[in-house]
Design a protein around this ligand. Structure first.
Ligand SMILES: NC(=O)c1ccc[n+]([C@@H]2O[C@H](COP(=O)([O-])OP(=O)(O)OC[C@H]3O[C@@H](n4cnc5c(N)ncnc54)[C@H](OP(=O)(O)O)[C@@H]3O)[C@@H](O)[C@H]2O)c1
Length: 330
């Protein structure tokens, strides 16, 4: 039996359990050039919701197809040279127990690490934080680095890597509990609850020397606040726009952006983590070393059971996760 979640219908406004439909079907037979993979862990990513809005860096999801998503699994049968039963692989075969996947869409993982680290910290999440901060943000020791969605998967790693790079680190997150966790457990110098009434004043107080690098995971009001606190020649690493994914229509955007960018000579640069995959091994080796040395905490937020995938994704837009959210399928 292959249990699957289908993408059932395009949401109007927020995603709900009705966005998805449960199906039980036969386990597929791999064809020549394919491997049959059993899912171990599913990655839940805000981008899963963005794919419902239309074409992004990939084609839009189509109702009726298996809900797409990044996953880690084990090869149970291979009709491909270079992959054997028992190999651990990653790919985007989506929300299901089993998939017959063409070899070109699978990456064999040979890193000696717990499988939970391969679903985020030593994969997409860690690489996004690493390259987005170090290559796009270009932090220098002593800089003030601000990161939004700081208690999430990417944000929590960005802040810690910025500390390793010798920066002063400030995060924004929803609620006091997450903010306390950032300063007490992850070594952030300050954290600001962006939902509080006095968020702008608190952010200004937390960044007395202004902001040199802003790692933007959210867009929306936090981007607005950050731009007005940026220093001359500051860098904004545009990683994502989570505040605008789970809505019927994205907002009109901060109308003052162009003026601030001109006057402060800012550089705003977007990136997609795959742009850096030719340097993946180097980055993963450094991330693994920092984790092993205890300098980088890889916080995992794992829900058990494929049944819980919709709930796990919906929760990302309610802020129910801390660190990397994933679902354990088997
Ligand atoms: N460019 C790339 O290649 C790349 C790769 C991976 C991820 N990303 C992007 O990186 C960002 C973070 O992804 P992630 O996987 O690490 O997710 P995540 O931060 O673990 O989860 C999403 C978080 O966003 C916050 N959030 C939800 N709605 C919000 C809103 N309206 N305003 C502000 N914050 C809100 C929530 O935290 P609070 O409780 O703090 O609100 C939630 O925990 C996303 O924008 C994603 O698209 C980009």
């Amino acid at each position: 039996m292959n249990r699957q979640w289908l993408y059932a219908r395009q949401p109007r406004g927020k995603i709900t359990p009705d966005t998805f439909q449960w199906r039980e079907t036969a386990i597929p037979q791999p064809q020549p050039g394919e491997a049959l993979v059993r899912t171990r862990l599913l990655s839940l990513d805000p981008a899963n919701r963005a794919w419902m809005m239309g074409k992004t860096y990939r084609d839009a999801l189509q109702p009726g197809e298996v809900m797409n998503g990044f996953a880690v699994g084990v090869v149970v049968e291979s009709r491909v040279s270079g992959l054997a039963k028992g190999d651990i692989v990653e790919g985007d075969w989506g929300w299901q127990d089993y998939a017959a996947v063409p070899a070109r869409r699978l990456t064999k993982r040979t890193v000696d690490a717990p499988i939970e680290l391969l679903i985020g910290p030593l994969s997409v999440t860690g690489l996004t934080a690493y390259f987005g901060l170090l290559e796009i943000g270009q932090p220098r020791p002593g800089d003030t680095v601000l990161v939004s969605a700081a208690a999430g998967a990417v944000g929590s790693m960005v802040g810690q890597i910025a500390r390793i790079a010798g920066c002063r680190v400030v995060g924004t997150a929803g609620g006091k509990e997450k903010c306390d966790w950032l300063t007490r457990e992850l070594g952030f110098d300050a954290a600001v609850d962006y939902k509080s009434d006095n968020a702008f004043r608190a952010l200004r107080a937390a960044c007395p020397d202004g902001i040199d690098v802003y790692f933007d995971n959210t867009g929306g009001p936090v981007l607005d606040m950050a731009l007005s606190l940026m220093n001359l020649r500051g860098r904004v690493a545009c990683c994502g726009n989570v505040s605008q994914y789970d809505v019927e229509k994205p907002g009109p955007g901060p109308l003052t952006v162009p003026g601030l960018v001109v006057v402060k000579r800012l550089r705003l640069e977007g990136f997609i983590v795959m742009d850096f995959y030719d340097r993946r091994a180097e980055a993963e080796a450094r991330l693994a070393r920092w984790i092993a040395e205890g300098r980088l905490k890889a916080e995992l937020d794992i829900l058990d059971g494929l049944e819980r995938a919709p709930e796990a994704l919906i929760g990302l837009f309610e802020g129910t996760n801390r660190g990397k959210r994933a679902v354990r399928v088997s």
